[in-house]
Design a protein around this ligand. Structure first.
Ligand SMILES: NC(=O)c1ccc[n+]([C@@H]2O[C@H](COP(=O)([O-])OP(=O)(O)OC[C@H]3O[C@@H](n4cnc5c(N)ncnc54)[C@H](O)[C@@H]3O)[C@@H](O)[C@H]2O)c1
Length: 450
């Protein structure tokens, strides 16, 4: 016969967990070891916690366990000593949850083809967590999602065994604000917003993050915390849409939009610079605002700003292709048969992440028009398999003077710091620059802004 279990009171449960967090003996779990999860795991391991990462990818777990980083912002030299010291390990086995005191969920939240939220990763990870869940655990969802997810979707899954949030366990939402490739702001010094299902949950979340991160900003509910992230990313998406519209207008009027922005941003208040480009990319800005659109629809509302900015932004790759086509025509070369090199396939400067990158759309449009398209990206040696472009597979070309001279046009899609713009302008005949990257560079190439 098994021993009768002594169930601690809610106050004792909270105090036990809080004391483990304060003494940094709490066993921390991070579910999803990607661009968000791995840096978070590293931060808590650095703060002295014993961290277990859980990921469905056996390859990622293996890499972590051999101290081998696959995330640009985490040098192997940072990861390896933490693994060697036994502070960080990874597994694909969710039974590790049995041993954990805290769990941060950092799994993907993409859109379905219909632009509806795809909750399948949150649901499947929570189902696995629920199978091994126990009282006295703090769970924090970090995946970007629509307001209501934590309370309406995650909470019922974790309470199924009769446990109550705020008493037997603690549940929060905390938006992740990591900015890959940003040397100034990283996980540890970006203020962390956290909102719980109850005040006790918020307090436990605040206590947890304050052990490893510089600043924690508690808010009154999970819904507020969820909405914070969507406001931030929607603000960015809409302002990029606005500046792209201004860029199209400036192009028609023969005004240099980059000079306009540089002058406008000298205003010390009331203006924040956003820059035009070949279209939105990445896992956040093109996707997150549509979570808001989806949830607005449930309340009978429409999000007109989002739809409008989405229209302007998604038209940018076609604008780049039309500028390139005109420039090639001016040189007496039809786009069909022309050799075009795309510089930069990552969605933004100095990162190796190609998700949703506009480079793929530009490449596909040009291939459809019969151009011979290749690319160079020092951060992406071969194109990863892309959801929407499964047939686009190729390797980055080496940038030699002879190779550049053989190209009919070079399109600057991403302005990585590794590119030598003088070198490009010296050897290429025609450069279509979507990022103002060649401004100030010296060379004989004809440069067209797009
Ligand atoms: N990348 C960013 O810059 C960024 C910034 C802020 C917020 N976010 C948000 O954070 C979340 C994670 O994004 P990311 O960029 O880290 O994604 P990612 O694809 O880099 O990482 C997600 C990880 O989760 C793993 N995974 C998938 N399903 C799983 C499951 N059921 N159980 C355990 N692991 C699972 C994947 O194998 C992968 O390693 C998303 O909601 C995203 O919108 C991302």
């Amino acid at each position: 016969m098994s021993e009768p279990q002594v169930v601690p009171s809610p106050a004792a449960t909270a105090e036990m967990l809080a004391s483990r967090i304060r003494s940094r003996t709490a066993r921390v779990g991070i579910v999803g070891l990607g661009y968000v999860g791995l840096p978070l795991a590293v931060e808590f391991a650095r703060a002295g916690f014993s961290v277990t990462g859980i990921d469905v990818s056996a390859d990622k777990a293996k890499k972590v366990n051999s101290g081998d980083s696959y995330i640009g912002d985490i040098p192997t030299a940072t990861l390896a000593p933490l693994v060697e010291a036994g502070k960080l390990r990874a597994t694909t086995d969710f039974s590790a949850v049995l041993e954990l005191d805290t769990i941060n969920i950092c799994v993907p939240t993409p859109l379905r083809k219909t632009k509806d939220p795809d909750m399948s990763f949150i649901v499947s990870s929570c189902q696995e967590i629920a199978r091994h869940f126990h009282a006295g655990t703090l769970v924090i969802l970090e995946s970007t999602t629509y307001p209501g997810t934590t309370d309406e979707l995650v909470l019922p899954m974790l309470s199924k065994g009769g446990l109550e949030a705020g008493k037997d366990f603690f549940l929060c939402f905390s938006p992740e604000r990591v900015d890959p490739g940003n040397p100034k702001y990283q996980t540890s010094n970006i203020p962390k917003v956290v909102g719980g299902c109850t005040a006790a949950c918020t307090e436990m979340g605040r206590l947890f993050y304050s052990q490893a991160l510089e600043k924690v900003v508690p808010v009154s509910s999970t819904q507020v915390a969820e909405m914070v992230k969507l406001l931030e990313n929607t603000f960015r998406m809409i302002n990029i849409g606005l500046v792209n519209e201004i860029a199209l207008m400036c192009d028609r009027m023969g005004i240099n939009v980059w000079e306009v922005i540089d002058a406008a941003k000298t205003k010390p208040f009331g203006y924040q610079a956003f820059y035009p480009g070949p279209g939105l990319g990445g896992h956040c800005i093109p996707i997150d605002p549509f979570y808001l659109t989806w949830v607005a629809r449930q309340y009978g509302l429409t999000t007109r700003f989002i739809e409008l900015a989405g229209e302007v932004n998604t038209a940018m790759p076609a604008f780049v292709v039309s500028k390139l086509t005109d420039a090639l025509n001016d040189n007496g070369k039809p786009v069909k048969g022309s050799k075009v090199l795309l510089l930069g396939m990552a969605y933004k400067k100095n990162v190796d992440d190609a998700r949703e990158s506009p480079g793929f759309e530009i490449m596909e449009m040009l291939l459809k028009k019969g151009a011979r398209v290749e690319y160079n990206d020092p951060h992406i040696p071969t194109l990863p398999p892309m959801r929407h472009y499964p047939t686009l597979r190729m390797a980055s070309r080496e940038l030699t003077p002879e190779y550049l001279a053989r190209c009919d046009a070079v399109v600057v899609v991403t302005d990585h710091a590794a590119f030598d713009w003088d070198f490009v302008l010296k050897h290429a005949a025609l450069v279509v620059d979507t990022r103002n990257a060649t401004h100030g560079a010296i060379g004989a190439a004809r440069v067209v802004r797009a």
